[in-house]
Write a protein that binds this ligand. Sequence first.
Ligand code: SAM
Length: 315
Amino acid sequence: MSDDASFHVPVLVDEVVEFLRDSPPEGEIMDGTVGGGGHARAILERIPDSRILAVDRDPEALERARSTLEPWSGRVRFLQARFDEAARGAGVFGPSLRGALLDLGVSSRQIDEDRRGFAFRSGEAPLDMRMGGEAEGGPTAARILNEWGQEELARLFREYGEEPRARQLAAEVVKRRASQPFSRAQDLLNAMSVVHQRPLSAKEKARVFQALRIQVNDEMAALEVALPRLRKALLPEGVLVIIAYHSLEDRIVKHTFREWSRDCVCPPGLPICACRGEALGELLTRKVVRPSATTEVERNPRARSARLRAWRKAE
Ligand SMILES: C[S@@+](CC[C@H](N)C(=O)[O-])C[C@H]1O[C@@H](n2cnc3c(N)ncnc32)[C@H](O)[C@@H]1O
């Protein structure tokens, strides 16, 4: 396994490249989640003369991408930023991108690093989970567990974590923190064990940790803000490709692309069309694209939940 593969194995690479290849020849492609640079590398290798604006909020990921993409350095600009702020940060005002890619969530490397607290394998991992590290500010996972109200915690566990005992878990967190604040992964695992009264599967644990990570990094809001900004930054016929790993994120992408692709957005019952009257672009994926179970998921189990959707801006 190469160094790149141990950092993160990119998913649906052929599909990403094919959608982005079919875009205007001028302008940059923004990889808003460059991570270890796997997708960016494939784009640079396979789309001649393509140029990339490589963005990540995590300085360590960006460092890694710099080294992976070194052979193409003349065709890449790097920017440490959130993807919803990146266009402005890179001086992209008005339509100038031929394409944009968001491969949401965290990389395998981030999950594997105990000190950052994204996973639960080591009970000693701190409940931090900020992708941008301390410099980006914002609350840690521990702070959310120690400070949020019981109702808010229950909603978080239920909506982002699909935790069936969300209310009981929130109550247990509030009870426990009164005597001992939450600081390590094990504190949360202990609370979950008491609530469920049985050994929990890795998947059940992962869902609750993922819910906290999504909240710490404000991931749903970042996506909702980023989509229209990216659409505006695209050149006519520019292509937007999004890979989501959480059903709520995928739902945001699906509804947004569908809405942008409709000719008429008037409320039903209006006698004549009073809206813009023409679609902003076209859906390139009538059905969501999933990795093949036999080839890709077998090789890379973390690809299992990936869902890709693509959209092209009108001429
Ligand atoms: C699934 S990984 C991307 C892997 C990458 N496509 C590759 O081939 O190596 C997601 C990356 O997005 C970054 N990220 C997540 N949310 C972000 C945001 N709002 N703004 C910028 N980067 C973000 C994470 O730090 C992580 O490095």
